[in-house]
Design a protein around this ligand. Structure first.
Ligand code: SF4
Ligand code: SF4
Length: 475
């Protein structure tokens, strides 16, 4: 199944049907040609950087946790030092909506910049899997020839080697993916213990490996064309001022062999040969185009060879290609930008408050608001402390500075330990001796935690009767 459907000659793309699907519904397997140029090189550098980031994020510790650790088992998300617990899920609203509008903003401005430059699927397919394929089977003509060649020892060997490397890379990606959910430390433990000890984790990795192998080894551009919902949004998010990869029809047409037609396009079809989704950019903006820039470099190379200016295929807006005034900033750009900034701003505000390694809340304990007798007034509070760190915290509850002189905390200072990523509740009693009691007032309680020497100060209301109604203690 993982071989390609044999074809005698490269198929000619059109606007009526998808190139990669034959009329009988079978798959037409593409073999895009290799291309060199400044855009492809820039994309490759960005791709390598992104792969490094994907792989390194679980390795970089921030506040004792990996930079990105989606700890589903303990229901905590650690994101760049910020720890989110289930109660913080509302923060995700700002994160997701902010990211969504940032994507809308980027798409309205620069079309499918995400697809071509940053989508992990494109990054791994273009900069890893296609590289492996080219390394083993050669450039497009050699691969097509290999597809059409009869079965031989060399063909079988090449295919086995290629798919063995594909599977190994897929397994590596699956392990990296799992490390985002279980942490590297535990993943390493799983690997040492063997698959039978951790059947679920092994099953997830095995399943993911198969899916990735299928996608990158066989399904390839079909995912972008058929399955990815983002591609379907393009029509709604872009307009005539959106900058996309396109063909300058005014300059290129009428096309024809060099010296025989007025246009600059010599109809060499090089831009078609390099396209990983099998389209002809000269047919206009199409849903299949992922903005990979391969056709820009391919055409620039041809233009250079025939002594014409580069940029027949380039990044430009439809207005730019038509010779109309280009408008970079426009109402929808402002709107998407404002909404993205709103989400980012709210998230930053929340993050700055939540980036603390500990969290403490103090509420009045159930029952009566206060207890009093001739000697004192007592209020009971419930202190809930959350340790978001990976190490045990030593916690002390004290009366804060705003507490009237003479008030006491039952049992003097209360010190207790809270384990890593644990939450603990403690009851604490604040006592106002009759001589010190001044009536209902706001007092403060300090929750101090180590390591980190962090003090969380909370103001609570101290309730009690009218001071006059309280008998004075006997000397
Ligand atoms: S048309 Fe050009 S930019 Fe679009 S996918 Fe094909 S090669 Fe890439
Ligand atoms: S690579 Fe350039 S010159 Fe060649 S067919 Fe494409 S647009 Fe025309």
């Amino acid at each position: 199944m993982l071989g390609a459907a044999p074809m005698a000659a490269p198929k000619k793309p059109n606007l009526v049907s998808v190139t990669t699907i034959n009329q009988d519904g079978s798959r037409y397997f593409l073999h895009p040609s290799d291309v060199k140029g400044r855009w492809v090189l820039s994309r490759r550098l960005v791709g390598v950087l992104l792969i490094a980031i994907y792989v390194l994020l679980p390795w970089i510790p921030i506040n004792g946790n990996p930079a990105v650790f989606l700890d589903v088992e303990n229901r905590m998300f650690h994101l760049f030092g910020l720890t989110l617990v289930p109660q913080d899920l509302w923060v995700m609203f700002f994160a997701v909506s902010g990211l969504g509008f940032a994507l809308f903003f980027g798409t309205s401005l620069l079309g499918r910049i995400w697809c071509g430059w940053a989508c992990p699927y494109t990054v791994f397919l273009d900069h890893v899997y296609r590289r492996v394929e080219r390394w083993i089977e050669g450039d497009a003509p050699a691969r097509r020839a290999l597809d059409n060649a009869p079965l031989s020892a060399s063909k079988v060997l090449k295919r086995i080697l290629k798919h063995a490397i594909y599977v190994a890379i897929a397994a590596a990606i699956a392990h990296v993916f799992l490390s985002y959910f279980v942490s590297l430390h535990r993943l390493y433990g799983f690997m040492n213990d063997g698959p039978l000890e951790h059947a679920t984790a092994f099953g997830i990795v095995a399943f993911l490996t198969l899916v990735l192998w299928f996608c990158f080894g066989y399904f390839r551009e079909q995912f972008c064309i058929i399955m990815c919902p983002y591609g379907r949004l393009q029509g709604a998010l872009t307009d005539d001022d959106t900058v996309n990869v396109g063909y300058d029809e005014k300059r290129g047409e009428p096309r024809g062999a060099k010296g025989k037609a007025e246009g600059d396009c010599i109809d060499c079809r090089r831009c078609v040969q390099v396209c990983p989704t099998g389209i002809d950019i000269r047919n206009g903006l199409q849903l299949e185009c992922i903005g990979c820039t391969a056709c820009i470099d391919a055409c620039d190379d041809i233009m250079e060879k025939i002594g014409r200016p580069k940029g027949l295929v380039r990044y430009d807006s439809l207005n730019g290609f038509s010779g109309n005034k280009r408008r970079f900033l426009r109402p929808r750009i402002y709107a998407y930008c404002a909404l993205a900034l709103l989400g980012a701003g709210a998230l930053t505000l929340v993050a700055s408050k939540k980036a603390r390694p500990y969290n403490a809340t103090i509420s009045r304990s159930g029952g009566a608001g206060f207890y009093s007798d001739a000697s004192s007034v007592r209020n009971i509070y419930k202190v809930r402390f959350m340790n978001k760190r990976n190490q045990t915290a030593t916690v002390t509850i004290r009366l804060g500075r705003n507490t009237p002189h003479g008030y006491e905390l039952s049992g003097a200072e209360q010190t207790f330990s809270v384990g890593p990523l644990e939450e603990l509740s403690r009851t604490c009693v604040v006592i106002a001796p009759a001589g010190a009691y001044t009536g209902v007032a706001d007092i403060s309680l300090d929750v101090h935690a180590d390591p980190g020497d962090v003090t969380i100060s909370k103001t609570v209301r101290f309730l009690g009767p009218n001071p006059q109604s309280l008998s004075q203690p006997q000397p």
